[in-house]
Ligand binder design. Structure first.
Ligand SMILES: *Cc1c(COP(=O)(O)O)cnc(C)c1O
Length: 372
């Protein structure tokens, strides 16, 4: 039996798997002599658009930038409001602040996704233009249909943070295809990770795509013609080449492997003191969160799994609304998000785990003893 430590991500196994495709892609870029915004970015954008199911993909330097660019390209102006979740990566909120927006938050449901009732209460009280920025947290599909209906009622645009959910969808509607767009990230741990930083805006809105292409390249609408104050946020040719030739071909299998592991956890973990993701949830399974009854339980399980050489992580230990960088703002209380933040533990779910690894995690979780 394999008794190696079980990691949260296995970049050694990934490199062994992709090495020859990645090196060939890098050589292709080196030999082309063209390193920024060339054929590789173009072809990767087309290939991802086809696989994900949107008309346009605009490669950017990071997920953070892709959210900012998505917000600005869809019309968010300084002083507008962006409504999002407190239970997310700090980048979600930071992107909105960088777009000049004022942040407002709504509490989440038991899966960790924006709660529609809470969103509606915030919108009822809101004045002025508001953009809703839901997060497909853990890869779970936020209710875009429901949010779009609220958006119609209250005059809001919906832009999705799909950093954890590339190629995800609600039913037959890929993220970003019916809203104004979705931002994703190619940070190495994400479902489609690069060998470095990268991100993209996914949209079927031609006008938004054009504006985003402008914003990522200093706001140029034509060579040396600057029609807006943009960023330098271009996806590098070398990352685009590796993403298209080494990562994208493996993505469908990696996503189905993640779903298989999630199903194995759902079937194998037998505990009344841990809550698993809801049965039948639509998810890209970027993470597999389990929720303990209280924070001591989470710490106890985390220590037990560490002793079994099983890596875990917490997403996220501190709500965005409680971060010191935002101490000057008064956002209110978010009891469900706060409870999830203090009780969540993410089990390993990367695609290089085999069934024996997953069973080791299941046995360790089922064998956990604690006092309360
Ligand atoms: C990773 C992540 C981001 C930021 O992406 P980067 O590429 O690291 O900038 C934004 N939102 C969520 C939900 C994320 O998980």
């Amino acid at each position: 039996m394999n008794t190696d430590p079980i990691k949260a991500n296995d970049f050694d196994a990934q490199w062994l798997d992709i090495e020859s495709d990645a090196l060939a892609a890098i050589r292709r870029v080196g030999e082309s002599g063209w390193y920024i915004l060339g054929r590789e970015v173009d072809e990767f954008e087309r290939a991802l658009a086809l696989l994900h199911g949107v008309d346009h993909v605009v490669g950017c330097a990071s997920g953070l930038d892709a959210i900012e660019i998505g917000l600005r390209a869809s019309g968010v102006a300084p002083g507008d409001r962006v409504l999002t979740t407190p239970l997310t990566a700090f980048a979600t909120a930071l992107a909105a602040l960088r777009a000049g927006a004022d942040l407002v938050f709504a509490d989440v449901d038991e899966q960790g996704l924006l709660d529609l009732g809470e969103v509606e209460s915030v919108l009822e009280a809101a004045t002025g233009p508001t953009t809703i920025l839901p997060v497909h947290l853990y890869g779970h599909a936020a209710d875009i249909d429901g949010l779009l209906a609220l958006g119609q009622k209250y005059g809001c645009v919906v832009l999705e943070d799909a950093a954890q959910a590339v190629c995800g969808a609600q039913g037959s509607r890929p993220f970003g295809s019916v809203s104004v767009g979705a931002a994703t990230s190619f940070y190495p741990t994400k479902n489609l990770g690069a060998l470095g930083d990268g991100g993209a805006l996914l949209t079927s809105d031609e006008r938004v795509a054009r504006k985003a292409r402008e914003l990522r390249d200093y706001g140029q609408s034509d060579k040396y013609l600057h029609t807006s104050l943009g960023l330098n946020s271009r996806l590098d040719e070398i990352h685009a080449a590796v993403l298209r030739s080494a990562m994208l071909p493996r993505l469908p299998r990696a996503l189905s492997r993640r779903a298989e592991i999630a199903a194995r956890y759902q079937a194998g973990i037998e505990r009344t003191d841990l809550r698993l993701p809801a049965a039948g949830l639509e998810s890209s399974w970027h993470l597999f969160p389990v929720f303990a009854n209280h924070s001591d339980g989470r710490e106890s399980l985390r220590e037990h799994l560490a002793a079994c050489e099983i890596a875990t992580a917490v997403h996220y230990p501190t709500l965005v609304t409680d971060q010191p960088a935002l101490a000057e703002f008064e956002f209110g209380e978010f009891p469900v998000a706060a409870r999830l933040a203090s009780t969540e533990l993410s089990l390993p779910i990367h695609p290089y785990l085999d069934d024996a690894d997953v069973d080791r995690v299941i046995d360790a979780v089922n064998g956990w003893r604690h006092d309360r």
